[in-house]
Design a protein around this ligand. Structure first.
Ligand SMILES: Cc1cc2nc3c(=O)[nH]c(=O)nc-3n(C[C@H](O)[C@H](O)[C@H](O)COP(=O)(O)OP(=O)(O)OC[C@H]3O[C@@H](n4cnc5c(N)ncnc54)[C@H](O)[C@@H]3O)c2cc1C
Length: 479
């Protein structure tokens, strides 16, 4: 039995071991069959809600000296189990660290607590005529620290580059409780960004910002075939718009079921948003018009596109869960030029999936094939999970990779990150392996080590695929 008296003295009612509260931290956005709770201790032993760096440091010192696993969790909007414990221990709820937003208008920068939600930060900046250079599509709920611990592609990154490049410095609490400020020109800066919270806890971030752009122009393009979609996306990406996304008719149907009417009737829709100076935007729009003409593509009335941007169409994937009962989605990074090949391969999986994708880098797209299942039907749900692995395999087969590691993509980790180098850093910073164990580079506890071993994982998924065939024929499962 762990003695938490020190933490309850430190944090008062911002510390709890109440089971009702703890169970909310035992999962993330991706639903899982209950049977998985037999494999991991995903319910933490205690929840802490620090409000400043000093408190985070004290919690870490306590955990480090007692060898207690610590999982940082912010909004929990990632679906790869990256913020879910596997060995119980302490969860540090980063969302309580959201007091500081210090804007330096003259220097175009802001110092912000890691728990601040991106959309709230943008709102505060807008009040002063300023704006973020990038934010994730999950901005209505996800936090500054959460996105910096993820792969860092999103809205604005096609124009300005991955968000990591906009960070001037970070304050981190190391696993042993030491507080460290690291600026972008130091080598160790990269030890913490995109690390799934396995090397330390980001508490504060100094971020470059920009003035609200003088002009903005939104465009909805209607496209009727895959090849043209692929060509148009590559051409438009070269113009470096602030936002570029695409979706298909099934996704549009899901949106409709989630309560969002669509204005397009074509097979694919592409959403393009330019911003910048009036001159810059006018030039980009002229070039877009050429692309539209050269590819015989239709454009929806511009006012509709503008209304969709103002109505936050780019945040709608957050709401599509409502189309349920249960939504599962792949999240794969693939070379832009191979979208068409990837879609063809996905079709061969034989499931009805909707496509939503963004182009956050000039030569790569993040594709989210989404499909509906029903977690209330045990077999149906368990067997439908194998398609996520198939989607990752498809990404790799076309020169891409799963987007992010977390825990579920550990079998693919060596395809996504430099695992050897990351393990070296991990060993140096966290020799007791207490920081978010079983994530990012390797599994440490027994069951994840077995289940997520690449060979065992592949064999299990292959077996599931074989067993699924007669079950589908017999009508026991749908997908
Ligand atoms: C609809 C939708 C759209 C999305 N769009 C994007 C997108 O555009 N780009 C993208 O990259 N992802 C996207 N995601 C995935 C996810 O939302 C992002 O990764 C998100 O930024 C995570 O932030 P969070 O606050 O929810 O962090 P969490 O999910 O709570 O945590 C994510 C990881 O970061 C760690 N962590 C959290 N805070 C800290 C901290 N302060 N210090 C150290 N480690 C920490 C956690 O342990 C975990 O490993 C999307 C998800 C959804 C559902």
């Amino acid at each position: 039995m762990i003695q938490f008296k020190m933490l309850s003295d430190l944090l008062g009612d911002r510390f709890t071991t109440d089971i009702f509260e703890r169970q909310f931290y035992a999962g993330d956005l991706a639903p899982l069959p209950k049977i998985f709770s037999l494999f991991f201790k995903s319910t933490p032993d205690a929840i802490t809600r620090p409000i400043n760096t000093k408190e985070v440091s004290e919690i870490m010192k306590f955990a480090y000296s007692n060898r207690i696993p610590v999982t940082p969790r912010a909004a929990g909007s990632s679906g790869i189990y990256s913020c879910v414990p596997t060995m119980g221990g302490i969860v540090i709820d980063i969302k309580s660290l959201d007091y500081k937003i210090e804007i330096d208008k003259n220097a175009n920068k802001v110092v912000v607590h890691a728990g601040v939600v991106w959309k709230d930060l943008e709102h505060e900046l807008n009040k002063k005529g300023l704006s973020l250079m990038a934010y994730p599509s999950s901005a209505p709920s996800s936090t500054v620290g959460g996105w910096l611990s993820s792969p860092g592609c999103g809205i604005g990154t096609l124009k300005y580059g991955r968000v990591y490049g906009q960070v001037l410095s970070i304050e981190v609490v190391l696993p042993n409780g030491e507080i460290m400020k690291v600026s972008k020109d130091e080598e160790r800066f990269n030890w913490f960004l995109g690390s799934d919270g396995t090397t330390g806890i980001i508490t504060e971030v100094e971020l470059m910002i920009r003035k609200i752009p003088e002009a903005l122009s939104a465009h909805l393009l209607k496209i009727d075939d895959q090849e043209t979609l692929c060509k148009v996306l590559q051409d438009v990406a070269k113009l470096k718009p602030f936002y570029l996304s695409y979706s298909d008719q099934i996704y549009t149907k899901m949106l409709k079921e989630a309560g969002k009417e669509s204005h397009t009737d074509s097979k694919y829709m592409t959403f393009v948003v330019f911003d910048g100076s009036k001159k810059e935007v006018t030039e980009s729009v002229n070039k877009l018009e050429n692309i539209v003409t050269n590819n015989s593509v239709k454009e929806a009335p511009r006012q509709i596109a503008m209304d969709e941007w103002e109505d936050n169409l780019h945040f709608y994937p957050m709401r599509i869960k409502r189309a349920g009962p249960t939504l599962l989605a792949g999240d794969i990074l693939i070379p832009l030029k191979n979208i068409s090949v990837a879609i063809e391969k996905l079709k061969k999986l034989g499931i009805e999936f909707g496509i939503e994708g963004t182009v956050p880098l000039h030569d790569y797209t993040v594709l989210m094939p989404m499909y509906l299942t029903d977690e209330r039907k045990f077999l149906e749900f368990v067997f439908s999970l194998r398609h996520v692995k198939s989607m990752n395999d498809i990404a790799i087969s076309v020169g891409g990779m799963p987007y992010g590691v977390g825990m579920w993509n550990l079998p693919f980790a060596s395809r996504i990150i430099d695992t050897k180098e990351k393990r070296r850093i991990k060993k140096q910073l966290d020799p007791k392996n207490i920081m978010n164990p079983d994530k990012h580079t390797h599994a440490v506890s027994l069951m994840p080590r077995i289940i997520l071993n690449p060979l065992i994982f592949s064999a299990a998924m292959l077996a599931a695929g074989i067993v699924a065939i007669p079950m589908k024929i017999a009508g026991i499962i749908k997908n």
